[in-house]
Design a protein around this ligand. Structure first.
Ligand code: NAI
Ligand code: MG
Length: 329
């Protein structure tokens, strides 16, 4: 039986992870193990990511995660999820954006994905301060750039897509993004049947608002991918509906794009869709493709029936939406 580590995290995390586990249990048999991480864990134990959680993650077949709170004002505090992605070398963050039925949105039927490099770039964790001057080191490597580009092209190939957009700022960040762009172009040359464009991140931010249907797969560095993916979620209904998978050579972790959404914590009104679509990605990763498709179809059907939370124009509570999805399975 496959072993799944689940991490409740903070804010809306515990409630959404509980719903997601129930959905998994109604589809496939798995063994659950619990790990701790996040701000509540830090307050209890002095660390946001205990070694034990990292070890459990390394010995699991997949990880189900929602979100953690990362307070900006504690010196030396490190985000548990950013650290876990690095510890497990989860270098590829795949974020599909697929329009849902019955959701107010500026464009119909969008279907594109952002592939975000997840272990280096602006989030390398190398910062310094001398008096009133602070710096961050943006690490870009050939290896890191090639493997994320290969992930993006492989994703396009497997899904029958015809275009990949390499997103960078190589006109200003000449060495770091120059290296990223060159490495990604070298990989692109291995995929002659997939067309490849490259574009500056600021213009892509504009095109996502103006004509997002131009994109199929966007591949980019860590910070740009973080920002463009929150922007992209707004095109399909907001952060409540966007899922993601974090993949490495050995491990995989599934989580919604959103954070701990503290304003919704404990109120039973958070949208479970991002969490449950991430759960569908986890189930697919376990090799249960038909169960995963069943879950995706049930979520879409739930929207067709108008059972949806307030953030996407409905009046269902989180629990009512999950109930409906389970009944449709
Ligand atoms: P956030 O993603 O938690 O929330 C931003 C806004 O998005 C919310 O105010 C809400 O309007 C909407 N939203 C988010 N999740 C939703 C849901 N399930 N249903 C409906 N609407 C939803 O980002 P924010 O407020 O910037 O950060 C809150 C905390 O989360 C911070 O401590 C931050 O560090 C952390 N965070 C953690 C992440 C992770 O663990 N992967 C990712 C992003 C933020
Ligand atoms: Mg983010």
């Amino acid at each position: 039986m496959k072993k799944i580590l689940y991490i409740d995290g903070d804010g809306v995390g515990p409630e959404l992870v509980a719903h997601a586990r129930r959905v998994v249990d109604s589809l496939v048999k798995v063994e659950w193990v619990q790990g701790e991480a996040g701000y509540a864990t830090f307050q209890k134990s002095g660390t946001s990511l205990p070694d034990e959680t990292v070890q459990l993650a390394k010995s699991s077949d997949a990880i189900l995660f929602c979100a953690v709170t990362t307070p900006p004002n504690i010196p030396d505090y490190r985000s548990a999820i950013v650290t876990l992605r690095k510890e497990l070398d989860l270098y590829a963050n795949l974020r599909p954006f697929h329009s849902l039925p019955n959701v107010p949105a500026p464009f119909p039927q969008l279907n594109f994905a952002i592939v975000r490099e997840n272990t280096e770039g602006m989030y390398s964790g190398i910062e310094g301060q001398k008096g009133d001057r602070a710096t961050a080191t943006r690490v870009i490597t050939k290896k890191g750039s090639e493997r994320i580009a290969r992930f993006a092209f492989e994703y396009a190939r497997k899904n029958g897509l015809s275009k990949v957009t390499i997103v960078h700022k190589a006109n200003v960040l000449r060495l770091t993004d120059g290296l990223f762009l060159n490495a990604a172009r070298t990989v692109a040359a291995e995929y002659p049947s997939i067309s490849c464009e490259d574009a500056l991140v600021d213009s892509v931010a504009m095109r996502l608002v103006k004509s997002p249907q131009e994109f199929q797969v966007i591949v980019t560095t860590n910070l740009f991918g973080d920002i463009l993916s929150d922007e992209s979620s707004a095109l399909i209904g907001g952060l409540g509906v966007a899922p993601s998978g974090n993949y490495g050579e050995k491990h995989a972790l599934f989580e919604p794009v959103h954070g701990s959404a503290p304003k919704y914590a404990g109120r039973g009104i958070a949208n479970p869709t991002g969490m449950l679509l991430s759960t569908a990605m986890l189930i697919e990763h376990l090799g249960e493709k038909s169960a995963s498709e069943k879950l995706g179809a049930a979520i879409r059907k739930c929207y067709e029936l108008g059972v949806k939370t307030a953030d996407v124009g409905g009046n269902a509570k989180t629990g009512e939406m999950v109930e409906k999805i389970v009944s449709l399975l």
